[in-house]
Design a protein around this ligand. Sequence first.
Ligand SMILES: NC(=O)c1ccc[n+]([C@@H]2O[C@H](COP(=O)([O-])OP(=O)(O)OC[C@H]3O[C@@H](n4cnc5c(N)ncnc54)[C@H](O)[C@@H]3O)[C@@H](O)[C@H]2O)c1
Ligand SMILES: [Zn+2]
Ligand SMILES: [Zn+2]
Length: 370
Amino acid sequence: MKTKAAVLRGVERDWEVVELELDPPKANEVLIRFVAAGLCHSDEHLRHGDIVPRFPVVGGHEGAGIVEAVGPGVTRVKEGDHVVCSFIPSCGRCRFCSTGQQNLCDLGATILEGCLTDGTFRFHGDGEDYGAMCMLGTFSQWSVVSEYSCVPVAADLPLEKAVLVGCGVPTGWGSSVYAAGVRPGDTVVIYGIGGIGINAVQGAKHAGATNIVAVDPLANKREKAEELGATHSAADAGEAQNLVLQLTNGVGADHAIVTVGVVDEDVVEAAFNVVRKGGDVTVTGLADPMKKTVHLSGGILTLFQKTVRGTLFGSANPIYDITKMLDLYRAGSLKLDELITRTYRLEEINQGYQDLLEGKNIRGVIIHEH
Ligand SMILES: NC(=O)c1ccc[n+]([C@@H]2O[C@H](COP(=O)([O-])OP(=O)(O)OC[C@H]3O[C@@H](n4cnc5c(N)ncnc54)[C@H](O)[C@@H]3O)[C@@H](O)[C@H]2O)c1
Ligand SMILES: [Zn+2]
Ligand SMILES: [Zn+2]
């Protein structure tokens, strides 16, 4: 069948909306009609070249839609199911899935290659294979994805809101709750309030933190953070450092979480300095994997017994946590509607990423037309 998709052909090129040929699902794969796709900074990393995938690639790894056909052997979902896709598949069998770390599933090995689990591609155009970002390609009206990337969700939930629980919400919320392990009474500092950082704020609030300091140079981001649970905000790391020392009688924060768009050594060092003895830094934001972005004093690390960790998908388990995030949304204890600043048509995708880079959006969302 034919599908319209936003693709990248190389670094520093704009998104191009093109018509591609899409193969039917093979074994353990499903045809999905995407209703909505979130504009996460990770796809911008591919365009900008911070992280280089195999080109050409259909973008998008935050997506929600409806299963329209299933290939042989599919058991996790059936035709007609509403699903949110996880940007890391979970096979359920590998060492990591079987020990409660589905976010580290071995099937994630090809998320930048963009092929499906058998090593072949379902998108084609002009005799070329097109990969799919995170094996999803949610910037396409239709896609064929592994059943292991699909999490069925209740049909009465609005997919154009639920889409956010495919990446931004569990990644941010889990950064606070699972990776950092925020506890009641804690002081937490969150650097960078985009689609990820705003959910780290929501997670820290949910976990009972007393002080939640949101750091972002942009006033609109700080306002939104305060609306959704931040108790304080700061325009830069120096201001945050002074504020935290005041709030904690000079002790320092319990946790710092780095969710800026492009991580650099300055923000990691600021996070390292803001935490107390025995405190921890969680690095969720990404940067060029070839760049060394963690430059810290090993002496202070040891003597002050600090911890620096990375986290993928907020250290959450997609099958459990995607559903759980939606249960929290239904219960009113997690906000989704308030996170969507603007929606776009697929043809407006370059505008959407321009708005992300200019800091206009908490999250922009593409609503697909069929
Ligand atoms: N680890 C994971 O599993 C995972 C998953 C999804 C996204 N990410 C990464 O998380 C990061 C954030 O993604 P997003 O979609 O929220 O990005 P975004 O661009 O929407 O938001 C980033 C925010 O950081 C702010 N910022 C930039 N530099 C700053 C600094 N030095 N101090 C304070 N604030 C600063 C910007 O003003 C912006 O508001 C990206 O690097 C993305 O690739 C990681
Ligand atoms: Zn993402
Ligand atoms: Zn697995």
